[in-house]
Design a protein around this ligand. Structure first.
Ligand code: TNX
Length: 468
């Protein structure tokens, strides 16, 4: 048994262990069996197994607390998992997988603190192909995350093919991009794990790749150029006053909305440093309306709140406190009071591209160095004082990739901090305890190594295995 992460809301162990799980029956049995490394048809099972070791999956509305809640009962004959929806059943199966081959007798009742638990991958600064993204989805799912935010465009690359604007992928994404079919594969794999994909097109700054493909989006006299080699942000901009640009946004949003089953579409809005406040506000409000006109709910980085409280429906708070953002903070609070929902991604806690410490070879440290205790020990509800109750819908850990180029590099930044974020987003604040987490995470290194994942053996944890 490895420690349970995220920590369940309620566990009651009876003492002793039940039989090894051998087969799975009920709703979603095939997926569950695969996750547990079992067959549904009993192949490979000892002939005398009988009823013992059966994992039964049952949908039942009475479990309560929404479609992600589940109840797991481990008895002498086997395990029963009950949930109000398929997502809850799968969460129960994930928990059972962590309980291992000799599940303790007893009962777990569990449900998430926040409905939005996300990971973001920046596929623009460096491109990551479909198998790499699927691997990242598997990792998110193992820790009960339910959103994948893909940062699909930035200065360095445009990573999604848009049929009506072919040069975006041809030029802007020459070194890698997703076709519509690729994107559908990502969405389908995510959906199989009850993970919703949130695609992001970053506007009106961070647009060098788009400007290279379509120079008429630029302010007259300015243009884009690829490859974009500087790491500085805030240099590029589309012409926020141009109807051509709004037609472009409409085309991109229409196609992306059609490819995206989830309700949210992220429109960036960050670090548009060369655009005046009024132009920025007018632009972002119109972009928000375009997203709504295509049937999606607009989401954006926190500066978008400066454009007015109802510019977007979901505001992603990224600005670390004291980072020159008093006006942004106030605008975010006004938006929250006006009904906008907040996803908390403060850069000094959950930007997983930040170095762990001075010895971390990759990543950056402009916001902070984020050791494992820093990623774990904070309360999303307390980060910004004055947030109204219920305004926060969740937590997301962005992984920016200016310095990261391979899966192993991503994994070394994600592990072990991603599980810490999982617990921040899932478990009740009053039950969260760093020492307890450090003990539970210690056994996960062995599991990561067994999965072929790279990780960082941070010194604050007594790992029960070395990095291989
Ligand atoms: C800030 S946060 C950015 C990104 C960078 C990141 C690096 C935000 C919305 N913008 O453009 O990649 O810092 O940590």
């Amino acid at each position: 048994m490895t420690g349970l992460i995220p920590r369940p809301v309620h566990t009651a162990w009876a003492g002793g262990t039940g039989p090894r799980p051998r087969r799975v029956v009920g709703e979603g049995a095939e997926t569950a069996a695969r996750l547990l490394g079992l067959d549904t048809d009993g192949r490979g099972v000892a002939p005398d197994a009988g009823a013992s070791g059966c994992v039964e999956l049952r949908l039942d509305d009475r479990v309560g607390a929404g479609p992600e809640a589940y109840r797991l009962v481990s008895g002498t004959d086997g395990v029963t998992i009950t949930a109000g929806g398929p997502a809850g059943l799968l969460h129960g199966v994930r928990t059972l997988a962590q309980l291992g081959e000799a599940p303790p007798l007893g009962e777990i009742r569990d449900a998430p603190r926040y409905a939005y638990r996300g990971g973001m991958l920046d596929v623009s600064r460096h491109f990551f192909d479909v198998p790499q993204v699927l691997c990242y989805i598997d990792l998110l799912a193992a820790y009960k995350f339910n959103h994948l935010h893909l940062h699909l465009s930035d200065d360095q690359g445009w990573r999604i093919a848009v049929g009506a604007l072919p040069r975006l992928a041809e030029m802007g994404g020459a070194d890698g991009h997703y076709s519509a079919a690729d994107f559908r594969r990502i969405v389908a794999h995510a959906a199989a794990h009850h993970i919703t994909v949130v695609p992001e097109i970053d506007l009106p700054g961070h647009t060098n790749a788009a400007l290279t493909a379509y120079p008429d989006l630029a302010v007259p006299g300015e243009s884009g150029h690829l490859p974009y080699t500087v790491q500085e942000v805030g240099l590029s901009r589309v012409d926020t006053g141009s109807e051509r640009v709004f037609a472009f946004v409409d085309t991109v949003v229409r196609e992306l909305a059609a490819l995206t089953p989830g309700p949210l579409l992220h429109v960036g809005g960050d670090e548009a440093l060369r655009i005046g406040a009024e132009d920025y506000a007018r632009f972002m409000r119109r972009v928000g309306d375009i997203v709504r006109a295509h049937g999606k709910r607009p989401m954006a980085w926190d500066e978008a709140a400066l454009a007015g409280p109802d510019t977007v429906d979901v505001v992603q708070v990224w600005r670390p406190r004291g980072h020159g953002g008093a006006a942004v903070e106030e605008a975010v609070l006004a938006a929250a009071r006006g009904g906008a929902r907040l996803v908390m991604s403060p850069a000094d806690r959950v930007y997983l591209d930040m170095k762990y410490d001075g010895d971390t070879p990759l990543g950056t440290d402009w916001a902070a160095r984020i050791g494992l205790p820093d990623a774990y020990d904070w309360d999303p509800a307390g980060y910004l004082p004055g947030i109204p109750d219920g305004a926060i819908v969740g937590v997301e850990a962005p992984l920016w990739t200016e310095t990261l180029t391979t899966s192993a590099e991503l994994q070394r930044m994600l592990l072990p901090r991603l599980p810490a974020v999982a617990e921040v987003a899932w478990s009740p604040q009053q039950d969260r305890d760093w020492d307890d987490f450090a003990r539970r995470v210690a056994g996960h290194g062995r599991w990561w190594t067994g999965q072929g994942l790279a990780w960082t053996p941070v010194g604050e944890v007594a790992w029960d295995t070395a990095v291989s």
